[in-house]
Write a protein that binds this ligand. Structure first.
Ligand code: C2E
Ligand code: MG
Ligand code: MG
Ligand code: MG
Length: 281
């Protein structure tokens, strides 16, 4: 305890903590309302297949349009949704909505959905996926689940078992944000992911020396040997694209090609394609 303004400072700190806790509590109440109040929506960002020069998938990205705060980023509310368990109903809504939207797309265009670790560990996930597929009529191989490496830290055995049972439904599985988390290659051998998504941090570093380039090369070489696709996240310019192509990356995603867009804009991109959909091979 400090001598001078210690007590006052402490009280100030308590008050600040209270305010923080109240704000959090309010956000939690608001998040409850978000689902029922139709404040959630999805944006879709294309993944571009470099060898076929076409869009192979869209990633569904969640948005919360808060009545007073405006658009809240998923980075700011997903942690709260995870702590409170609300990610389970929210994640269910995402899977159903994404499946519904993707149903009207061409047969060779997939939808990728982010699955939080909390949602992944919920025993109801497989049933939710089955229901979303049956009510939308989306073929399972057109749904791709994006999971992160952190799932392998706590209980790798049960994670593997769950992955195998999800795969048995016919859906695809991608490893998101690869290279940022718990770095072990053993789970790449243990589970045949369909795709590895190389984290944006490596793409940012590409133009600053050879280290990131060498890492990309080793990831794409490894992925290819294991029969997995690679998607580079956050590609923002042609210089990055050129290096990624040269280092054997099979797919790209990022602002260079397209920002996340609305359901209507996706329809326009898919059904009224113009030169913006093509990039030089
Ligand atoms: P993520 O799955 O790694 O998604 C990629 C994020 O990078 C998205 O941010 C996307 O808009 C952004 N991005 C794409 N291209 C570029 C680029 O060229 N430059 C830059 N600077 N950023 C780019 P977003 O939409 O804010 O989502 C952030 C994270 O929130 C996602 O990271 C994902 O982990 C999580 N998230 C989003 N939607 C969902 C969801 O429905 N469920 C769950 N559990 N998590 C979600
Ligand atoms: Mg993702
Ligand atoms: Mg990612
Ligand atoms: Mg990432």
């Amino acid at each position: 305890r400090a001598k001078h303004d210690g007590r006052g400072g402490y009280r100030f700190f308590e008050a600040a903590m209270d305010a923080e806790a109240r704000k959090r509590r309010q956000m939690e109440i608001d998040l409850h309302d978000a689902i029922a109040g139709q404040q959630l929506s999805l944006m879709f960002q294309p993944l571009f297949d470099l060898s076929q020069t076409r869009v192979s998938a869209f990633e569904a990205l969640l948005r919360w349009n808060h009545p007073t705060r405006g658009l809240v980023s998923p980075v700011d509310f997903i942690p709260l949704a995870e702590d409170t368990g609300l990610i389970v109903p929210i994640g269910e809504w995402v899977i159903r909505e994404a499946s519904r939207v993707a149903r009207s797309w061409p047969d060779d265009v997939r939808i990728a959905v982010n699955v939080s670790p909390v949602q992944f560990r919920n025993p109801g996930l497989a049933a939710v996926i089955l229901q979303a597929l049956s009510e939308s009529g989306l073929p399972p191989q057109r749904l791709e689940l994006e999971i992160t490496e952190s799932l392998f830290i706590d209980n790798p055995q049960s994670t593997l078992a769950s992955l195998h049972s999800l795969r048995a439904l016919g859906v695809r599985v991608a490893l998101d944000d690869f290279g940022t988390g718990y770095s072990s290659l053993s789970y790449l051998r243990a589970f045949p992911f369909d795709k590895i998504k190389i984290d944006r941090s490596f793409i940012i570093d590409l133009l600053n020396g050879d280290g990131a380039k060498a890492i990309i090369k080793s990831i794409t070489t490894l992925a290819e040997a294991l029969g997995m696709e690679t998607t580079a996240e956050g590609v923002e310019n042609i210089d990055q694209l050129d290096i990624l192509r040269e280092q054997g990356c099979s797919h790209i995603q990022g602002y260079y090609f397209s920002k996340p867009i609305s359901e209507t804009e996706v329809q326009n991109m898919l059904f009224a394609p113009d030169e913006t959909v093509r990039i030089s091979a």
